[in-house]
Design a protein around this ligand. Structure first.
Ligand code: NAI
Ligand code: MG
Length: 356
C-alpha cells in the first residue's frame, strides 16, 4: 500500500480548525479507497511559536520538511504580530525555498452556493488562476534608506526573469491545454509598466507557439476585473504575475461565493521538493475558536494534494462528497448556512463513506 508522508502546518487563527477538518476528510477518503495511507506529522510553527522562540519556524525548518511528499498548510497571521513577519517567516520561505513557482487556484461556483453576481450559477464560472509564485512584485527585492528622516525612501522592485516567466507561461499553457476549453488569458499591465511586463507579453507569445491548440488572449489587469465580473463565462485558465494574481484570485473567490471555499496549491512542477496545499483565506481572527470556519477550501486543497500525489480517483471522490454536501445546504454561516465546521466535516466524511 502506498504511504504518503504529509507535513501538516496548521499555524494560526482558524488554521488549526480547518486543517483538523481536512485531515479527517483525507483519512476518510484514504480508508474508503483503501489503496493508500496518509502518514501525517504536525508542526507547531506559527505565531505562538514566534512568541516563544522569536521566529515563526526553526532555522532548519525547510530542511525538516524536504523529505515529505506534500505540505498541508493552514494560515498565518495574528493580531499582535506584524503581518510581514508572519508571512515572510513561514509561508514565503517554504514557497521560495522549495521553488514552488506555480500557484494554482481553481475557482468555481459549487452547487448550492450563491454567487453575488446576478444570474450566474455553477457552470458560468469555472476558472483556474495560475499565479507566478517565485518572483515579480513579491521577490523581496528593494530596501529603505534614511530611515525616519524626511528624505526617507522605500523601494519595492519587481523582478521578472526570462527563466521565471518562461516556466510559468509553459505551465499555464499546458494546464489550459489539459482542460476541455483549451483557453488561456494572459493578464498583463504592459501599457504602464514598459519593461518587465513587455517581456512578459513577448514570452507569452513565444511559448504560445508550442501550444498551437490553445486559444489565448491578453488582458490588462484593470480591464480583467471588469471582464471577471461582467463576462465570467468568457474565461477559463488565467495566468498572472504574483501581485496581479493575488488580487484577482481574491475577487475570484468572492465571485464564486466566499473566500471560505477557495483553495490553492503551491506547486513545484519539477517535483524536486514537496508542494504545499492551503486554503486561500487567512487566519480569520474574527471567527477563531467559534467553530464556524468554513472547511470547504481546505477540503478542496486536500483534493488538489491528492491529485498532485497521483491519487486522482480519491481526489475526485473527495470533491464529489463536498459538492453533495454544499448542494444539500449543509454549509457554514459565511455562505448563508447554519452548520458548524464539525457538522460540515462529518457530512463530508459520511458522503465519502456512502459513495459508490
Ligand atoms: P482572512 O482571510 O483571514 O479573513 C477575511 C474575512 O473572511 C473575515 O471576515 C473572515 O472571517 C472570513 N473568512 C476567511 N476564511 C474563512 C473561512 N474559512 N470560513 C468563514 N469565514 C472566513 O483575511 P484578513 O482578515 O485580511 O487577514 C487576517 C490575517 O490572516 C492577517 O494577519 C493576514 O495577514 C493573514 N492572512 C494569511 C494568509 C495565509 O496564511 N495564506 C492569507 C490571507 C491573510
Ligand atoms: Mg492574498
Amino acid at each position: 500500500m502506498k504511504n504518503y508522508k504529509i507535513a501538516a502546518i496548521p499555524a494560526d487563527g482558524i488554521g488549526p480548525e480547518v486543517i483538523a477538518a481536512g485531515l479527517q476528510a483525507l483519512e476518510a477518503v484514504a480508508r474508503r479507497d483503501g489503496g493508500f495511507n496518509v502518514d501525517v506529522t504536525s508542526f507547531d510553527w506559527g505565531s505562538d511559536y514566534y512568541k516563544k522562540h522569536g521566529m515563526m519556524m526553526p532555522e532548519n525548518g525547510t530542511d525538516q520538511l524536504k523529505d515529505f511528499d506534500a505540505i498541508f498548510f493552514g494560515a498565518v497571521g495574528a493580531p499582535d504580530v506584524p503581518d510581514h513577519i508572519t508571512l515572510w517567516g513561514l509561508r514565503l520561505p517554504i514557497c521560495q525555498g522549495f521553488d514552488q513557482y506555480a500557484n494554482v487556484r481553481p475557482t468555481k461556483i459549487l452547487p448550492g452556493i450563491q454567487s453575488p453576481l446576478a444570474g450566474v450559477g455553477p457552470g458560468d464560472l469555472d476558472w483556474v488562476i495560475v499565479r507566478e509564485n517565485s518572483e515579480g512584485e513579491y521577490s523581496g527585492h528593494g530596501g529603505r534608506a534614511h530611515r525616519g528622516l524626511p528624505e526617507e525612501v522605500g523601494t519595492e522592485v519587481a523582478i521578472f526573469t526570462r527563466v521565471g516567466v518562461t516556466r510559468i507561461m509553459r505551465y499555464a499553457f499546458k494546464l489550459a491545454q489539459s482542460r476541455p476549453r483549451k483557453l488561456l488569458t494572459v493578464v498583463t499591465k504592459s501599457n504602464a509598466q514598459r519593461h518587465g511586463m513587455v517581456m512578459w507579453d513577448e514570452i507569452a507569445a513565444e511559448v504560445s507557439k508550442e501550444f498551437p491548440d490553445v486559444t489565448w488572449d491578453k488582458m490588462l489587469v484593470d480591464a480583467m476585473t471588469v471582464r471577471m465580473t461582467l463576462k465570467p463565462q468568457s474565461l477559463d485558465t488565467i495566468v498572472a504575475t504574483n501581485l496581479h494574481a493575488d488580487i484577482l484570485s481574491d475577487l475570484a473567490g468572492a465571485l464564486a461565493g466566499s473566500l471560505g471555499v477557495a483553495p490553492t496549491g503551491n506547486i513545484d512542477p519539477e517535483r524536486r521538493y514537496p508542494s504545499m496545499f492551503e486554503p486561500i483565506h487567512g487566519s480569520a481572527f474574527d471567527i477563531t475558536g467559534k467553530g464556524i470556519a468554513n472547511p470547504v477550501a481546505t477540503f478542496w486543497t486536500a483534493s488538489q494534494m491528492l491529485d498532485h500525489l497521483g491519487e486522482n480517483k480519491a481526489a475526485i471522490r473527495l470533491m464529489r462528497a463536498v459538492e453533495k454536501v454544499t448542494e444539500e445546504g449543509i454549509v457554514t454561516p459565511d455562505i448563508g448556512g447554519k452548520a458548524t465546521t464539525k457538522e460540515v466535516t462529518e457530512a463530508v466524511c459520511e458522503a465519502i463513506r456512502g459513495e459508490n
